[in-house]
Structures are given as C-alpha cells and as structure tokens.
Design a protein around this ligand. Structure first.
Ligand code: DOR
Ligand code: ZN
Length: 350
C-alpha cells in the first residue's frame, strides 16, 4: 500500500478561538491567520465583549492587528450576561457582525465572572436567538464546588443543558470543547439537527495522566480539564468518524508562561501554530485522513449555515520529524506552544 504523503483540503476554519487583545492579540493572530480562513472569536476579554458595539470595536482591533498580506475573517460572539438585551443581540446578528452568543456559567473558567447564574434571566434572549437562528455556544461545566472537576461536564448536560434545550427547543446549540464520552453520546443521540459540538486538538491527544502523572504539566491544564483515557478515545471516534455534528474548535487559549507557571496557573493550551499538523497525525493514526477535511473545513460551516472556503491548504508528510518553536514571543510575554509529546511528521505547506 502506498503511503499518503500529501493532503490537500479546503482551507479550514476554527470554530472556537481565543485571540485576547493588545500585545497578545498581535502576537498570536498571525499564527491562526496563517492556517485558518475564519474563526469564532471568544468574547472573554476583560471586560467581556457584551454588546454589539463592543463586538464591532473588538473586530476592528483584530483586523488592525492582522499583518499586511494576510486574510482572516473574525466571526464575532457576544458574551451572555443576565443583563444582555435581546434587541441588541438581534441587531448585531442582523448586521452580520455576530455569529453566536457564548454562555459561560459564572465562574466556570478564565474571565467568566460575568457569566450566567440564574438561567431564568436569559430566557428572553435565548428565545430571541432561537427565533432568528443565532447559535448559542456553551461552555458546558457546572461550577458548584461540591461537583468533582472531572464530573462537571457530564453533570452540566443533565442539570443545565438538557433542561435549557427543552425550554427553548428551537435554539441552535454548540457544546464547546467536549471532553467526555457522555457529551459525545448526548450529541450523537440528538435528532433535532440543532445540536453540534466542537472538539479541540489537544483533547484528542492528552488524557488526565498527561497532566498529572510523573510531574505536573501546567501547559496541559485547560478547561474543561482532560478526562480519563476512555473519554479521549470517544472524542477521537467522534472527530474522525465523519458525523457532521462534530467539528474543529481549537480553543487555542494563549497565556504567558509566567501566568501558566504560577502558584495558581491559568487554564488554556496554545495550539494555533501546530494544530493542523497534529490533526493530520491524529486522523492518520485513526485511518481517517480522508475525513480531516470534513472535520476542519466542511462540517463547521454547514452547522453555522456559512459557505465553505474557496481556498485550499496542503499538508505534507515529511520523512523527518517537524520541529516547532517551543514558544512564541509576544509583546505580552512568551507563550508556550502545545507539545504533543510525540514526533509529528505532518506540516502545512508554504
Ligand atoms: O482552558 C481554557 N482556557 N478554557 C476556557 O474555557 C477558557 C480559556 C481561556 O480563556 O484561557
Ligand atoms: Zn475557550
């Protein structure tokens, strides 16, 4: 059998990305724009991107930070709070600016203090979104301190997500960065065609042992935290299985090394520079290279009702391991690039 050494796919999109602001934005944006045509931009800045006006201003800052000659379309999101105004959401959607609203349960992760505590208070916004076909992107973890951190996603589905979807059945929902077999099964069992899920690159590669066994690895700490091996395998099967409801959202989430390596380190893996090569590696391992295009380039646009990109990307398998810089330097400080812990031979061409 001849080995595949080159793969050309439609240019991919990233359906879940943190770009931050200021010097960090300038440092990380070129790494996403080099490979991805578009990305859903997370709104968890300080302060968060809450209104259409905030989103428009943030979009302008992103485009201003884009190096000359690069093309990249930021797909903006609004951060849902208990004070979000349905009319503002509708106007931001009608103008084409905003492609989703993000739900962070209060306290779930980085900069989520303004998130939702009382879901009754966002019912009117959710109903409006359902009416206009605007998706809700969900960080699916409960925050109750009595729930074990490894159970927070599964409990969220039962206590929050499923009841929410029953209250607003027409709402399109993306379960972001799924990390459990429970989430995979919940999405796969849905028959409404209004439920999708993003899967990160790093959750296809690490399980919780990688974070904790043989020394603590802060650069593998993210939220939702990686779970045990059976969950990683379920994610691999979902991502590589050709089911259109699962698509790529890297959740590339840069923090400076001092912020990661402190006594209370930040959650997030920075995968923008090497995600596509890592995905080719994973899909090849699963015998599913022919499904990478669906996962990274077709299924996301289909869920969001957007056209697929017209450009292509070529990945090439080298006969020697590809090396990436261990970290990038940004004006905000150094940011360590996700290290998969194995040799990778696939690389984006050019
Ligand atoms: O690991 C994470 N980092 N998970 C999130 O949900 C937020 C993100 C961040 O903003 O750093
Ligand atoms: Zn995220």
């Amino acid at each position: 059998m001849t080995q595949t050494t080159s793969l050309t796919i439609i240019r991919p999109d990233d359906w879940h990305l943190h770009l931050r602001d200021g010097a960090m934005l300038e440092g990380v944006l070129p790494h996403s724009a080099a490979h991805f045509a578009r990305a859903i931009i997370m709104p968890n800045l300080v302060p968060p991107v809450v209104t259409g006006a905030h989103a428009a201003a943030y979009r302008d800052r992103i485009l201003a930070a884009l190096p000359a000659g690069m093309s990249f379309e930021p797909l903006m999101t609004l951060y849902l709070t208990e004070a979000t105004d349905p009319d503002d959401v509708e106007a931001a959607h009608a103008s084409g600016l905003v492609k989703a609203v993000k739900l962070y349960p209060a306290g779930a992760t980085t900069n989520s203090q303004s998130g939702v505590k009382d879901f009754g208070k966002v019912q009117a916004v959710l109903e409006r979104m359902a009416g206009i076909g605007l998706p809700l992107c969900v960080h699916g973890e409960v925050t109750a301190s009595d729930i074990d951190i490894f159970d927070r996603e599964a409990v969220f589905i039962e206590r929050v997500l499923d009841p929410l979807r029953r209250r607003v059945p027409e709402l399109k929902v993306v379960m972001e960065h799924v990390t459990t077999e429970d989430a995979v099964q919940y999405v796969a069992a849905d028959t409404s065609s209004r439920l999708g899920a993003t899967v990160t690159t790093h959750h296809l590669i690490i399980n919780r042992n990688h974070i904790l066994a043989g020394g603590i690895r802060p650069h593998y700490y993210c939220l939702p935290v990686a779970k045990r091996e059976k969950h990683r395998l379920a994610l691999r099967a979902a991502a590589t299985g050709g089911d259109g409801r699962f698509f790529l959202g890297t959740d590339s989430a840069p923090h400076t090394d001092p912020a990661k390596l402190s006594e209370c380190g930040c959650a997030g893996c920075f995968t923008a520079p090497n995600t596509m090569g890592l995905l080719a590696h994973v899909f090849e391992e699963e015998g599913a290279l022919d499904r990478l295009e669906g996962f990274a380039s077709r299924q996301g646009p289909a869920f969001y009702g957007l056209p697929v990109n017209t450009q292509t990307m070529t990945l090439v398998k080298q006969d020697h391991p590809v090396s990436h810089p261990a970290k990038i330097e940004t004006g905000a400080g150094p940011v360590t690039v996700f290290d998969p812990g194995f040799e990778v031979f696939w690389q984006v061409q050019g």
